[in-house]
Structure formats: C-alpha cells, structure tokens
Design a protein around this ligand. Structure first.
Ligand code: OAD
Length: 228
C-alpha cells in the first residue's frame, strides 16, 4: 500500500470558520502572535494567554469539519495516510482520519508547567490555579514560538517515506514545519493546495491555487482513480 503524507495548515480549517494566522494584518484574533504564543507572553500575562486559548477552545465546540477534512478520510480506503498538521484543532480527528500527528500541539490538551510529560485531556476553560498532580500550574498544550517541536523527528521520518505528499493551506512561513517538504524523496509527487501558494515550482510539484474544499476534492479524485 502506498504512503500518502498530508501536511496541513490553518487554511484547511478556514472554511470551517476558524481564522488563519497571517491573513489579518499579522494579528491573531486581535493579538500580536508573540503576546499569546510565546513563553515570554505566558510569563508576562498568563491570564491573557489562558483567556485567549479558552476562547479558541470554546470556539472549537461550535465548528465542524469541512469537506476538505472529510475527503482526506476517503484516501484511507486505498492508501496508508498520515496527516501531519500544524493545526491545534481536532477537525481531522472528528472527520475520521485515523493517523494524525500534531506538530504544534492540541487545544483539547493541557500540560504541566513543571513536567511537560504530564499531559491531560481538557475540554473546558483552563484557569490560573488549575494544577497538575505535582501541584504545578497547567498551561495550554501548544508549541509556542521559541519552544522545541517534540513531534518533529516523527514528522521527518514519516515524510521521508512519502510516496505522495499533499500540502494544504499553509503559508510555509513557520519553521521547522515548512522545511518538512525537503525530506520527501526526490521522485515523490507533491500537490500544493492554497489560494495564495507560497512555494517555489519544482519538477514533481502540482500547484492548485484554490481553496481547500475544491482543491482537495480534485486531488483525492485523481488519487482514487489511480490503479495500484
Ligand atoms: P497561516 O495563517 O500562516 O497561513 C494560512 C494559509 O492558508 C495561507 O497560505 C492562506 O493563503 C491559506 N488559506 C486561506 N484560506 C484558505 C482556504 N479556504 N483553503 C486553503 N488555504 C487557505 O497558517 P499556517 O501556515 O498554518 O503556530 O501557520 C503556521 C503556524 O503559525 C501555525 O501552526 C501557528 C502559527 O503561529 C502555532 O500556533 C504554534
């Protein structure tokens, strides 16, 4: 069975109603990204950071996967599919994808400030005073700017084994995620779906300059019609 690796960014969830990061004047829901997505921001104003992610978490309960998320699940009938997502939402899982790696963490998890291996499921608001079993404040389970990306090695190994790579809805501005494409084997066909595609043309690259819902439908249709 061939391996399909899918790298997704905020653009795949845009049509579900979740704002992307860089489409609105560099602000994320009205905030400078460093204010709410860096260790310094957390140190400066933990209440603001918690409130910010509480709003994102509660918004997540009001949105649903779109057809781009759903169409990717269809590929599993014929391929081994791994989704490497930069998104902290759970829309791939809710659509039914069975193999999802979150590079930048997950909104529905929190972790201990004291020991990052203590990770808990969390669906409601997180507040100052919510503590782990070691009595340390819990924080959002998000990889902030300047922090290590623990799932990076896993993501590299997966990308190195890609027979097909599909990249969807990412500005390719945030490393190391944006650098993953370089680990695909040289002969691997790459599809890039984004209305504003930021990637240099290469031999095996097909660019679909359109929204995720229409672009994914086309690519999935093509791949499902390929005889194995
Ligand atoms: P960006 O906000 O940087 O880029 C979103 C991309 O989605 C852009 O290239 C848009 O053109 C594209 N887009 C917009 N609408 C779309 C649609 N309907 N269909 C397909 N594409 C669409 O988001 P990311 O590249 O995901 O990290 O950002 C990477 C990381 O930066 C995020 O994971 C986040 C942020 O800081 C953390 O929070 C740790």
């Amino acid at each position: 069975m061939q391996n399909i690796v899918v790298l997704t960014g905020a653009g795949i969830s845009a049509e579900s109603g979740i704002n992307t990061f860089r489409d609105a004047d560099g602000l994320w829901e009205g905030h400078d990204i460093m204010e709410v997505a860096s260790p310094q921001g957390w140190k400066n104003d933990p209440e603001l950071v918690l409130d910010f992610y509480n709003k994102r978490r509660s918004q997540l309960h009001t949105v649903t996967p779109n057809t781009a998320h759903l169409d990717l699940v269809t590929l599993e009938k014929q391929y081994k599919v791994t989704i490497i997502t930069q998104n902290v939402d759970d829309l791939h899982e809710r659509a039914g994808s069975t193999n999802v790696v979150h590079l930048h963490g997950e909104l529905l998890k929190v972790r201990s400030q004291f020991d990052e291996r203590i990770v808990l499921d969390w669906t409601e608001d997180l507040n100052l005073g919510d503590r782990c079993e070691r009595n340390s404040q819990l924080r959002p389970h998000i990889v902030w700017f300047g922090e290590a990306v623990p799932m990076l090695d896993t993501a590299i190994t997966i990308t190195e084994q890609a027979d097909v790579l599909i990249i969807i809805g990412t500005s390719m501005q945030v490393y190391p995620a944006a650098g993953l494409v370089q680990y695909a084997p040289p002969q691997t066909p790459i599809y890039f779906i984004d209305p504003n595609p930021a990637i240099s043309p290469t031999k095996n690259l097909t660019i679909l300059p359109e929204k995720a819902t229409t672009g994914v439908a086309k690519v999935v249709d093509e791949l499902m019609n390929v005889k194995q």
